[in-house]
Design a protein around this ligand. Structure first.
Ligand SMILES: Nc1ncnc2c1ncn2[C@@H]1O[C@H](COP(=O)(O)OP(=O)(O)OP(=O)(O)O)[C@@H](O)[C@H]1O
Ligand SMILES: [Mg+2]
Length: 295
């Protein structure tokens, strides 16, 4: 089974400050595993490092330290050359992710050809139509251009394109946050169905605790580059331990669904928030950052 093991991931950026430069740690010793048929949600506020992790995992960015191991269905390590075939990304902005000059068919045909999944134009076209059908779009979409599609339809195309190489690991960075609220669940349900059909391992990045709970098995709460709480999705949402998780839950837009679960008073003073400790629901214990660094 194709899976990803991320160990002690660190990413430092150099930023200009006045006259000099300083180092900024965007991702600080983050570890997790993506396995087939399971979804790990990465939640946290803007700037907490979520996209940086996804970008490192998709090789758009190199880590400062730490390792990412991807194994194929036979348990062998996936080489750099084969990486794209196994690990694909779905981005937040469906308008920016498709090339306006190319047809929808082209977008899906390209990865099929590049990764040798089809031979000849007839076979490729048939497969394009099949991939479109899998994401709920009929053949008439094949010849259209991106501007002729709605945001939701474009995101479906982006998903079809991600799966076209036969990818087993999907990194979805806020895949529905730019879509109209009314169609978000449709797209998330579609991803859930494809995950079950193809045994996909999924990383789901979101601000939204309600969908993180509903569509994920495990939740990692990220605060200023560090994981401050981790565990089975229900445990993290229904029994949040870290003040930051409680704050997130309390500020969730749908209090009927999420706010109620907050126990005690939500912290509003951010200077009180401490990201040197992580509550691990699997061990039911707090872990210190230093321990995680050493582990
Ligand atoms: N290339 C870069 N150079 C310098 N700093 C960067 C770079 N890329 C990201 N950062 C910084 O790293 C931090 C984490 O950014 P990241 O995009 O991972 O956040 P995020 O959790 O995805 O936020 P959002 O929810 O807004 O998408 C931010 O403070 C950001 O400014
Ligand atoms: Mg982001």
């Amino acid at each position: 089974m194709t899976g990803v093991r991320v160990t002690d991931l660190v990413k430092d950026f150099t930023v200009r400050t006045g006259l000099g430069r300083s180092r900024f740690r965007a991702v600080d010793h983050v570890s997790f595993e993506l396995v087939p048929r399971r979804t790990v949600a990465l939640v946290g506020e803007s700037g907490s490092g979520k996209s940086t992790i996804a970008r490192i995992l998709s090789k758009l960015e190199t880590p400062t330290s730490g390792t990412i191991e991807v194994t194929d269905p036979h348990g062998a390590a996936v080489t750099k050359r084969d990486y794209r075939r196994h690990v694909q990304m779905v981005f937040q902005d469906p308008f920016a992710s498709l090339n306006p000059f190319h047809s929808i068919a082209h977008h899906i045909a390209r990865p099929l050809r590049v990764h040798g999944r089809t031979r000849g134009s007839d076979e490729t076209y048939d497969k394009v139509v099949e991939m479109l059908a899998r994401v709920g779009l009929d053949e008439s979409f094949a010849s259209r251009r991106p501007h002729e599609l709605s945001g939701g339809q474009r995101q479906r195309v982006a998903i079809a394109r991600a799966l076209a190489p036969g990818a087993q690991v999907v990194l979805a960075d806020e895949p529905v946050s730019m879509l109209d609220v009314s169609i978000r669940l449709d797209v998330l349900n579609l991803m859930g169905r494809l995950q079950r059909e193809d045994d996909l391992a999924v990383l789901y990045i979101t601000h939204d605790l309600a969908t993180a709970r509903h569509f994920s098995d495990e939740i990692l709460v990220l605060y200023r580059g560090r994981v401050v709480e981790r565990g089975p999705a229900d445990d993290v949402i229904l029994d949040p331990h870290h003040d930051y998780t409680r704050l997130l839950a309390a500020s969730a837009p749908d209090p009927e669904r999420v706010g109620k679960v907050v126990s005690g008073e939500a912290v509003t003073d951010r200077s009180m928030l401490d990201n040197s400790r992580c509550f691990n629901h699997y061990t039911r214990q707090w872990e210190e950052a230093e321990e995680r660094v050493a582990a």
